[in-house]
Design a binder for this molecule. Structure first.
Ligand code: LLP
Length: 435
């Protein structure tokens, strides 16, 4: 089945950012480098990141919220590639980390400890110790027992730990149920009523300094209203806490700002959020934190794959590529929709599934979709794969994880080498009693 090819997405309006992956003639480019050349040089599957786009997205966000002079904690979970974190650190970004591993990566990539916030419901004593030793800006604390543990570890280290309590404002972010985090039934944070008691307890504990409040309602969120509702819900608590606790200085409103995955989807109304949220936040007289991951990295990356086979089943066509659910799990995990573009010229469109070689029926990158009519050997790009792409990749089916390349203008650099077969078995041994 064929249908006319839709036009490439164009970005319009005053806030339009240059498309990091433009089509020039028949060919898809990554900034000024033909994607085809990168695939030839580095192989497929291949992640490609645009440094210019990362910076532009960061700057757009910083500019929108400039009147608040916020701390922008890049949520490194979205893309932990050292070159990505270092690019953003160079722009002045802090980091939102959720593990000792992310803390180490952020520090190694040059994020100052004084701009790091450490979130997550299950911090271990070792992770807490590492963050105390680094003297990070604050812990985002998700429960009362965690407060006690951080106080204990801080006392043991003879230092003070700053804590921002994560509150769960119980608003509906209207996103996939797996990625909603600010509803009462989610495991994150404590409700507003408990928050007041938890902070009172924190004030009694030696070794803790109350830094403020944190919330994160979900991801991706496409509407601005849930943020405004959440801010309105926590504002009275912020005012009371600021009076009661002299060190209470921060309100972190989290991340989750969405990106348009579909070409016809409207972008997240960043200007609208800034317009509505800035006066509300300014009135609180606190240092505002933002924790975007996807908004910065999502559109700055693509996953490039090569078609291996085309197979016509009784009801539909399968385009079988060399990238799979282990490389990009979002379609399999959330039924997420990612645009698929041909890297070169293709005649016409087909309806079918874009699948990988993994032995699972859930292994698809595009399911029952209108796709470019790709033939074996053709290259394709899965768009908007810069966030929650490589970081969620696995070695399932013993597939080495892809290489990652960063481009800027006409230059490209291999920022992470493709894994090798030796990488797959690194660290494995046989029991010495098994011979
Ligand atoms: N802050 C906290 C506390 C978070 O839990 C998250 C994401 C973020 C910030 C950043 O959210 P972002 O701005 O990147 O949307 N793997 C999923 C999304 C799960 C996100 C979990 N937390 C995906 O592929 O869509």
């Amino acid at each position: 089945m064929t249908a006319p090819r839709p036009p490439d997405r164009t970005r319009e309006g005053p806030a339009a950012l240059p498309d990091p992956f433009p089509r020039r003639g028949a060919e898809l480019f990554a900034e000024d480098v033909p994607v085809r050349d990168l695939a030839a040089q580095f192989g497929t599957p291949l992640y490609i990141y645009s440094r210019t786009a990362l910076r532009a997205r960061y700057r757009a966000l910083a500019a929108a919220f400039a009147p608040l002079d916020p701390v922008i904690f890049y949520a490194v979970k979205a893309n932990t590639c050292a070159a990505v974190i270092a690019t953003l650190a160079g722009e002045g970004a802090g980091a939102d980390v959720v593990s000792g591993g992310e803390l180490a990566r952020a520090r190694r990539a040059g994020v100052p400890a004084g701009r790091i916030a450490f979130a997550g419901v299950g911090k271990t004593a070792d992770e807490i110790d590492a963050a105390i030793a680094e003297d990070i800006l604050y812990f985002t604390v998700e429960s009362e027992p965690e407060l006690e543990r951080i106080a204990e570890r801080a006392a043991a280290a003879g230092r003070a730990a700053r804590v921002a309590l994560r509150v769960n404002p119980d608003v509906d972010p209207k996103t996939h149920r797996y990625t909603s985090t600010g509803k009462a039934e989610n495991k994150f944070g404590v409700d507003l009523e408990r928050a007041e008691r938890a902070l009172a307890r924190a004030a009694e504990l030696p070794g803790l300094e109350i830094a403020g409040l944190h919330m994160h309602i979900g991801s991706p969120v496409m509407q601005i209203e849930p943020y405004l509702e959440a801010i309105d819900r926590v504002a009275p608590l912020c005012r009371r806490m600021r009076e009661r606790h002299p060190t209470f200085r921060h309100l972190d409103i989290g991340g989750g700002f969405g990106i348009p995955y579909r070409p016809d989807e409207a972008p997240f109304d960043l200007a609208g959020l800034a317009r509505e949220a800035i006066p509300r936040l300014k009135a609180l007289e606190l240092t505002v934190g933002l924790e975007p991951g996807r908004f910065i990295a999502g559109e700055a990356g693509i996953l490039v794959a090569r078609v291996q086979y085309v197979k016509d089943g009784p009801g539909k066509r399968f385009i079988i590529a060399d990238a799979a659910m282990n490389d990009l799990i979002r379609p399999a995990l959330y039924e997420a929709w990612h645009e698929v573009r041909a890297v070169g010229a293709t005649e016409g469109r087909v309806t079918g599934d874009l699948v990988g070689p993994v032995c699972e029926s859930g292994d698809f990158l595009a399911f029952e979709r209108d796709l470019p009519d790709l033939a074996p050997g053709d290259l394709l790009a899965v768009m908007n794969a810069g966030a929650y792409g490589f970081v969620m990749a696995s070695n399932y089916n013993s597939r080495p994880r892809p290489a990652e390349v960063m481009v800027e203008g006409g230059r490209a650099h291999l920022v992470r080498a493709r894994e090798t077969l030796d990488d797959l078995t690194r660290g494995e041994t046989l029991p010495d009693w098994s011979a």
